[in-house]
Design a protein around this ligand. Structure first.
Ligand code: KOT
Length: 811
């Protein structure tokens, strides 16, 4: 049987027997049946992978992350199995277009932004490179909220990604774990005079795993993403039920189920909520128990082999409690001495830092810690004493200030546990996510730790999977690359450098730019459907897509748009190529200013898009509900990529890599991975502007005063004052004043005004470059050609060589 007919048969089978559907043409049922049919192939490979990997001596990396932004799985899995075209034909035989079917699938949005998407890209690369790896996380009932706009304001609604089940996941009740919490400690005297502690927890949760297969691209491997769902230990209180108290009979379940109910929507902001703390502990405890159980199934109780076979990577500090849980299990359940447990712990754990923003550095209140996890806090005290007395005091004798600075506990005011300090002390490696970020981690965030532990702090520059972010999302460009480079460039992104010598070739330039135009036509259609705004595909598509945050400076982009509008009104014959500014961004529901920025952009967009005086030279679009599947439509259609964070604030960025890979030119600051992108493509093929990290520091040290920019710069003043009028919000002056207020009275903490002129000049240069069609095509081709470094396969190999020391497992 051909692949095509076997896929067709399997779809029909699932439609009839798994889903009990007749031959009606219900697209959702067809999507599910198709996914189930493909999942059959996946499960076969998964079983074979397990058989290869579950052997003594095979080292596995366990990636612990509170977030995974997986997006949709059907098209990704088809591409990675190299059966997309066969499936397309099979589905056509049944009367459907595969692209339409794929649209039926919900995004798995179990993350906020870059950190969660990075985890998803890393899982793809690990499986592609045949590395044994398990991802651990939470099976949130609701992922990141859905965003819509009402009169320009963000409205959030719950994300119901698996309301009717997901065809990709399988529940594994046999691997459920019981997780104790709260309660107290009983101290007892031992015969030898020492004391021992026994934790008497008062609540027990049940963690039930759901496994999602992670299919490698053109590889042997299907790894597992294991997500924990919380349930009550005893499912039902029959006593209460029999007494007629039906509602309370469910009470315990409802509380227990709350733990995995919803993803916290704050990106790079620590809200300090008890439920979030319990989420962290719950998934860490389940994962640690699971890692140990798996190790024992393969090796028996052989702790010698544990460190040789196990690496645990902490994705930021969110899973830090795994360190304490591991210590607790070793000491309390396996009778390890503190020293032996700590030695093993330090061999196994490594930690990735993703941000320097102070508001994102986690610190948990000590009373909360003590109430929820009394034994873990006790162990933390032991570690802290050991660290302060045997490491800090040895390096800096009699230095109380240093003790206070490095302690795992912050004193003064409410006492807090510094999670990042625990990570740095426990981990054998700590990495930042781009060269500049890792340098700042060493210099500014943890200089003392760098001195104490030479060589521990290192860098692994982020990457993106070229499978999802080029091969699957941009099929036309992919076909062009296959024609000019080689069929399998997606496994060897460096090979795209072969395009460099063709960058001036007129035929290639035309083919490349024709594809860009076709992708822009498709996005224009999407824009019209979702916002009603008509945009000209011949205009420059200038895109800023990322979470809404002041440091990312969507408001810098916004102010420049208002200035362009003003310039056009003053001079309707102003020479500029028509431009469409396109935004996608969710704001954390409690982040007031971020929501005001969304509102301001929407209000200004309304006015500009309906102003006939400017002859369609300027359009502004805010696409609602930015998510992975929308990114896949926007990125192939971008001419310009906005990467305009204040230097020193964006650890790396990964959207910058996706856009450049698809031939967009970056307008950006010397921040995060932009610096490395500029190194790869060369200064002529990127638009760099703004103050550098050093200049930002100097400006702040001098006492930065935004008012001087406002008073001395006529355009800045005119734009900000305009926002106080009712021009954009008829009858309601001051509706858009929040931005001006934050920039002037708020002190402009992210130096928007200081970078404004340089940003405006860079846009001018960009406009001129675009008008030279040959020059632009050359630059765009070079961007695609020179992104090889930002393949997440390279990142993973860096982790393997510098941190994990694992080996591919095939046959
Ligand atoms: C921090 C705390 C809570 C939730 C999210 C974060 C977070 C997100 N920290 N860093 N990030 C982003 O991580 C990406 C992947 O490394 C980076 O590319 C990006 O610059 C970070 O902002």
């Amino acid at each position: 049987m051909t692949k095509r007919s076997s896929i067709k048969k399997a779809i029909e089978h699932h439609l009839k027997f798994t889903l009990a559907h007749s031959k009606d043409k219900n697209p959702e049922a067809f999507w599910k049946a198709t996914s189930l049919a493909i999942n059959d192939i996946v499960v076969d490979k998964l079983t074979a992978t397990r058989e290869r990997q579950d052997k003594p001596g095979v080292k596995t990396v366990n990636y612990l992350s509170l977030e995974y932004l997986m997006g949709r799985l059907l098209s990704n899995n088809l591409h990675n199995l190299s059966i997309y075209q066969e499936a397309e034909k099979a589905v056509k035989d049944l009367g459907f277009e595969l692209t339409d079917l794929c649209e039926q699938g919900a995004d798995l949005a179990l993350g906020n932004g870059g950190l969660g998407r990075l985890a998803a890209c890393f899982l793809d690369s690990l499986a592609t490179l045949d590395y044994p790896a398990t991802g651990y996380g939470i099976h949130y009932q609701h992922g990141l909220f859905k965003q819509s706009f009402a009169d320009g304001r963000q409205v959030e609604t719950p994300d119901l990604w698996r309301e009717f089940g997901s065809p990709w996941e399988v529940c594994r009740p046999e691997s459920a774990q019981l997780i104790p919490l709260y309660g107290h400690i009983e101290h007892a005297a031992n015969a030898d005079g020492s004391t021992s502690s026994k934790w008497q927890p008062s609540v027990t949760l049940k963690g039930v795993p759901w496994d999602i297969p992670i299919v490698g691209y053109n590889s042997e491997t299907v790894n597992v993403l294991r997500l924990w769902e919380s349930r009550a230990d005893q499912a039902f209180d029959w006593d209460l039920f029999n007494k007629g108290d039906f509602l309370n009979a469910h009470g315990k379940n409802i509380q227990a189920e709350t733990v995995s109910k919803v993803l916290y929507p704050n990106d790079e902001h620590d809200a300090g909520k008890e439920l979030r703390f319990i989420q962290q502990y719950f998934f860490c405890a389940c994962s640690i128990k699971d890692i140990i159980a798996r190790h024992q199934t393969i090796n028996g109780v052989d702790w010698q082999a544990f460190a040789k076979d196990t690496a645990i990577q902490l994705n930021d500090t969110h899973p830090t409690i795994a360190i304490l849980e591991f210590m607790r299990v070793l000491m309390d359940e396996y009778q390890f001495s503190y020293t032996d447990a700590w030695t093993l712990c330090r061999e196994v754990f490594a930690y990735t830092n993703h941000t320097l923003l102070p508001e994102a550095l986690e610190k948990w209140s000590l009373p909360l810690f003590e109430r929820v996890l009394p034994r873990h806090l006790e162990i933390l005290y032991i570690i802290n004493e050991d660290f302060l007395n045997n490491e800090v005091a040895v390096k800096w004798p009699n230095d109380n200030a240093m003790r206070a600075k490095l302690s795992l506990i912050e004193e003064g005011g409410e006492r807090k546990v510094r999670m990042a300090h625990l990570c740095v002390v426990a981990a054998h490696k700590v990495n930042g996510v781009a060269e500049i970020h890792s340098k700042l981690v060493k210099q500014d965030l943890f200089p003392e730790f760098d001195a104490l532990y030479p060589g521990k702090l290192t860098n692994v520059t982020n990457g993106i999977t070229p499978r999802r972010w080029l091969k699957a999302c941009n099929p036309k460009l992919s076909a062009l690359l296959s024609k000019h480079i080689k069929e399998d460039w997606a496994k060897d992104l460096d090979s795209l450098a072969g395009l460099e010598k063709l960058a001036d070739d007129a035929k290639l330039q035309k083919a490349f730019m024709d594809i860009k135009l076709e992708n822009k036509v498709a996005l224009a259609q999407e824009i019209q459907e979702s916002t009603g705004v008509r945009v000209n595909p011949e205009a420059i598509f200038d895109i800023q897509i990322k979470r809404l945050h002041e440091y990312k400076r969507q408001h810098l982009n916004f102010i420049h748009i208002v200035a362009l509008y003003r310039r056009l009104l003053e001079n309707p014959s102003l020479e500029m190529h028509p431009r469409v500014f396109i935004f996608g961004a969710k704001a954390a529901p409690g982040y007031h200013l971020a929501k005001e920025i969304i509102y301001a952009i929407n209000k200004v967009a309304d006015k500009i898009n309906n102003d006939t005086r400017i002859q369609d030279k300027l359009k502004v679009v805010f696409l609602p509900n930015y998510r992975v599947s929308l990114a896949e439509k926007m990125i192939p259609a971008a001419d310009v990529s906005e990467q305009i964070s204040t230097a020193g604030k964006e650890a790396s960025g990964t959207g910058n890599m996706k856009l450049a890979l698809n031939g967009a030119l970056t307008i950006g600051t010397l921040d995060g991975a932009n610096i490395e992108i500029a190194e790869e493509v060369g200064d002529d093929n990127i638009f760099i502007f703004g103050n550098t990290v050093e200049q930002v520091k100097a400006l702040k040290a001098q006492g930065y005063n935004p008012y001087t920019y406002y008073e001395q710069h006529a355009e800045i003043k005119a734009v900000l004052d305009w926002l106080d009028t009712d021009y954009f919000t008829p009858g309601k002056p001051y509706e858009l004043s929040a931005i001006k207020h934050s920039l002037l009275d708020g002190g402009d903490p992210y130096l928007v005004l200081a970078d404004y002129q340089s940003y405006s000049d860079a846009h001018q240069a960009l406009d001129e470059a675009y008008r030279d069609k040959k020059r632009w095509a050359r630059m765009a081709i070079l961007n695609t050609a020179l992104m090889g470094k930002f393949n997440s396969d390279r990142s993973i190999n860096d982790y393997v060589n510098r941190i994990w020391q694992i080996k591919p497992c095939v046959k």
